[in-house]
Design a protein around this ligand. Sequence first.
Ligand code: ATP
Length: 251
Amino acid sequence: MREILEVLDVKKTYYKGKQPFMAVNGLSFSVGEGECLGLVGESGCGKSTAARIITGLEKPDSGSIRLEGREIREAGRKEWKRIYSRVQMVFQTPQDSFDPRQKLEDGIREALCNQGMKKREAQVRIRELLEMTELEAEYAGRYPHQVSGGQCQRAAIARALAVSPKLLICDEATSALDVTVQAQIVELLKKLQRDTQMSYLLISHDLALVQAMCDRVLVMYQGKIIEEGTPDEVIRSPREEYTRILVDSVF
Ligand SMILES: Nc1ncnc2c1ncn2[C@@H]1O[C@H](COP(=O)(O)OP(=O)(O)OP(=O)(O)O)[C@@H](O)[C@H]1O
């Protein structure tokens, strides 16, 4: 399997007052083409920091991040735009990722036009994206506060897909939704993966979700990966004591 993303020995320090704190401490892993990779670990172990580093929202202290073989830390400003059309992220609370003064479809249009698409062409593409994410056009014409969490998450996924990414990072993308809506969004993500061959990095507390969706799962603890395997291997016969406790706390 060709690798889309390779993360090697990435470190990130924050400061709690004057005390340095390693939120990410030698993180290494890779995501294969078309792979759905799960990233699990207790709150505060550094999962979101890792996602923010990969998407360029945060700078690491050191380490290497290769996207389709290209070291993104060396990329010039011009190249960033191209790189970040290859990686997109979907967040836990979709309402927060849209401008409250903009209709959902305007947010999607903006993503398309930022990539150089003309408005008329963007209109056609918006319709396709709404179909792909099974969101009725009527809802896309509303403001974020006028739709449900599930509908807003569909719009956020449509916007992420606007640039045809190779890797979609879902950071607790279903955690804020109720159980039935969660299941619908999971089905949507599965369908999109079948249709687009996109890779996923699925960050989640929910081991059942990881088991249902992922080909492989990484367990993160204190800023690094301590265990990896198929979801069945990690859940049924964890090698590390920490993983066993994590699994026991959920099942
Ligand atoms: N901008 C920041 N400044 C200082 N400390 C931070 C910052 N962002 C995160 N941290 C700290 O880094 C650690 C890792 O946070 P992170 O959000 O990556 O964890 P997480 O595993 O995603 O947790 P959760 O599952 O609760 O979202 C936490 O102790 C957090 O308080």
